[in-house]
Design a protein around this ligand. Sequence first.
Ligand SMILES: Cc1cc2nc3c(=O)[nH]c(=O)nc-3n(C[C@H](O)[C@H](O)[C@H](O)COP(=O)(O)OP(=O)(O)OC[C@H]3O[C@@H](n4cnc5c(N)ncnc54)[C@H](O)[C@@H]3O)c2cc1C
Length: 467
Amino acid sequence: MSSSVSDVVNGGISYWYADDGLPAVREPLPGDASADVVIVGGGYTGLWTAYYLKKAAPFLRITVLEQKFCGYGASGRNGGWLYNGIAGRDRYAKLHGQEAAVRLQRAMNDTVDEVVAVAAAEGIEADVHKGGVLEVARTPAQLARLKAFHEAEAAFGEKDRELYGARETAERIRIADAVGASWTPHGARVHPVKLVKGLAAAVEALGVVIHEQTPVTEIRPKHAVAPYGTVRAPYVLRCTEGFTAALKGERRTWLPMNSSMIVTEPLSDEQWESVGWDGRETLGDMAHAYMYAQRTADGRIALGGRGVPYRFGSATDNDGRTQEATVAALREILLAFFPQLAGVRVAHAWSGVLGVPRDWCATVTLDRSTGLGWAGGYVGSGVATANLAARTLRDLVQVDSGQGGRTELTELPWVGHEVRKWEPEPLRWIGVRGMYAVYRAADRREAVTGAAVSSRLARVADWVAGR
Ligand SMILES: Cc1cc2nc3c(=O)[nH]c(=O)nc-3n(C[C@H](O)[C@H](O)[C@H](O)COP(=O)(O)OP(=O)(O)OC[C@H]3O[C@@H](n4cnc5c(N)ncnc54)[C@H](O)[C@@H]3O)c2cc1C
């Protein structure tokens, strides 16, 4: 491994764009316009919503307004874990009962297959490989959490999940100090950009109008206001996730949390031999400041984790540029997992923003009195969840406009969930920065002491976080 991070390509939105090319940008909104539905944000949430609505009701005039280009946000930068995790499930179990949360989990399991099936049907080549999700433990405290996590997932109906000891884990993937792993089949690796580009093209082919380079400054009932014009529509759907704070009146709605990634140069056959990972599962761990990774279709390891988690005043990033200290920290994690890759160079690093609600629960809502809808707050689990949210928004619009009745999706417990706003600055900055410092300290303490229970520090951080 090179000792320097200065030769790493940094930013450029993400490695996925370096690999697949930046898109030709579509024309901005030319002036005032009208539609039946206007969708603000051209990530997975906005595009899937346009896709399903147009399929259900081809006569609808649907316009998507995107500030830069479709896939500029997290949908063009993520780790490519298309998996069944949803932020807030456990809280929804507390609020609405276990049975409701099990329905939500089943819907998420189905969503993984839905995305894979629709991508295939639409001819979207997104390097999809359904190898499941493997989560590993590397300390006794992580193993205790892994076992508890495994049992909890079974209680939410995941009977097909498997628990592995150190030897079985090593048969799949050679990770230093791995003492166990939990595997679920409900996950697939994807190339995020190929998915979002293909989806935008499919949506446009259906007859949806997409205007890019069109930043919406304000959303109000029946109006999406941009510098060069306003689109009027009975339904205005906000799908802006980590960028939501920039909209008028939304500064404290969802906190923009950064996540950063690195990708290695392609590994040689001998290096892959030393790693294993033939199942191409998406890979995660049980650290408090957790990592996530995938084996890419072009033979690299893409690995992510928390960098500088939050910028003062809910600022978002500059085209994915990442601090060198974060790049170095991610490279250290890569080497700690795979010391056998000591000679491998990091090729590219980037960051993106997630949307985090005050109670860390993803939501999807349509306010019937105003026609305003929104979906998001997925924290780090939006690749599949955005699809479930989109199908739910479709059903909610169908119900409201008298085109359809209530469905299984409109009855899921995350629909219409309300949560208070984040604290004003500087409390937000102090709280979130402090929380991640404590999580990292908890990980270090667990590794040093070898204790088989989670550090008390982590519980303090959970309390600060409001989880
Ligand atoms: C580095 C990173 C790694 C991740 N890894 C994973 C993973 O492996 N698996 C997983 O499940 N999730 C992951 N996530 C989260 C996941 O990518 C997101 O939850 C998901 O992409 C959200 O999709 P979205 O469409 O809601 O938001 P985005 O993709 O952020 O899209 C929002 C869009 O709205 C546009 N926009 C915002 N404001 C305006 C405005 N005012 N006017 C017009 N347009 C606007 C933005 O430009 C953007 O294109 C990761 C996120 C990051 C940042």
